[in-house]
Design a protein around this ligand. Structure first.
Ligand SMILES: NC(=O)c1ccc[n+]([C@@H]2O[C@H](COP(=O)([O-])OP(=O)(O)OC[C@H]3O[C@@H](n4cnc5c(N)ncnc54)[C@H](OP(=O)(O)O)[C@@H]3O)[C@@H](O)[C@H]2O)c1
Length: 288
């Protein structure tokens, strides 16, 4: 078990490892989570998917089944602790006891000027949702003395970025949450992996960010995440160049770091996508 950086060109994932495995993924309806579910199913695994938008869930399950794989989905907001426990129970009933749990659900909101409601949304989904999910899957894994939990954080966990204090704080919290859980879980037979991607081409990035180039594809990010789990990595930071730049910035004294980062391009919020249903949860319409 080790931390790695830059396993960008991750290649194929192992069919032997994923064959028949029940894998619950939050945020599996879009972007990195969706590609993770497609890859797990393509390698013979059984993804159980959690997200809010039912039409996006149906589309992902449909795509997997159309290519001969199996998948199940339950719509749930990861902020809803009891609902998420019930969703995990329902998915385990359909796909079997969870062997790998991947917490991928997340949102990005700009947090300058600092609006408490917006900043809390980011923390509630990215940290609270991860916590709720891991708390829902861990008792079963600990009873069985086997399992693997994985949290999708970000390279943004390494430093505070301009306009994005809440997002960076949320991802730093996920890294530390899994650090602590690793100490408690691994002697009890449950492995822990934290993955920290740089920019990935998903609905979470803006067209301007996309046009700047250098983004990983969601498929490559998913493969890197699944390889990190297969190889039992404690942490995987990727791509290497973004990780190195962030490490360099993190090594600067705080005020010098602030002066340097103040001039960096700011991560922006993409336009709001269409809602799942016209009468659906209005917060779903703010999802990048
Ligand atoms: N894209 C990047 O550059 C990048 C870089 C580093 C880390 N990440 C992280 O990677 C993860 C996936 O992001 P992505 O880029 O793939 O974005 P995405 O395409 O917007 O996917 C986000 C997923 O999270 C789900 N989600 C959001 N809020 C939720 C809630 N309250 N309850 C349940 N599900 C919720 C969304 O589904 P619903 O809206 O249907 O609920 C969707 O499936 C996030 O944690 C993100 O922070 C992304």
């Amino acid at each position: 078990m080790a931390a790695t950086a830059g396993a960008e060109n991750s290649g194929m994932i192992s069919r032997t490892f994923w064959q028949g495995k029940s894998v619950i993924v939050t945020g599996g309806s879009s972007g990195i989570g969706r590609e993770t579910c497609l890859a797990v199913a393509g390698a013979g695994g059984r993804p159980g998917i959690v997200a809010r938008r039912t039409d996006f869930l149906d589309e992902t399950v449909g795509a997997i089944r159309a290519s001969g794989g199996s998948a199940e989905a339950v719509a749930c907001d990861v902020r809803d602790r009891a609902g998420l426990r019930a969703a995990v129970t329902e998915l385990e009933h359909r796909i079997g006891p969870c062997e790998v749990a991947i917490s991928c659900a997340g949102i990005h909101r700009v947090s300058w000027p600092l609006e408490p409601a917006t900043a809390h949304d980011v923390i509630d989904v990215n940290v609270g949702g991860c916590l709720n999910f891991l708390a829902a899957v861990l008792p079963g894994m600990l009873d069985r003395r086997r399992g693997h939990i994985c949290g999708v954080a970000s390279i943004a966990a390494l430093v505070g970025l301009p306009g994005n204090a809440a997002y960076c704080a949320s991802k730093a919290a996920v890294v530390t949450l899994l650090e602590g859980l690793r100490i408690d879980c691994e002697p009890a037979g449950v492995r822990v992996t934290t993955v920290c991607p740089g920019f990935v081409d998903t609905p979470m990035v803006t067209d301007e960010e996309r046009m700047e180039g250098g983004l990983m594809t969601a498929r490559a990010a998913a493969a890197t995440i699944l390889r990190a789990i297969e190889r039992d990595r404690a942490q995987a930071w990727f791509p290497a160049r973004t990780w190195l730049a962030a490490r360099l910035a993190a090594s600067l004294p705080p005020r010098l770091r602030a002066r340097v980062l103040r001039h960096q391009p700011r991560m922006q919020e993409p336009p709001q996508p269409r809602p799942s249903r016209p009468d659906g949860d209005p917060s779903a319409t703010r999802q990048p």
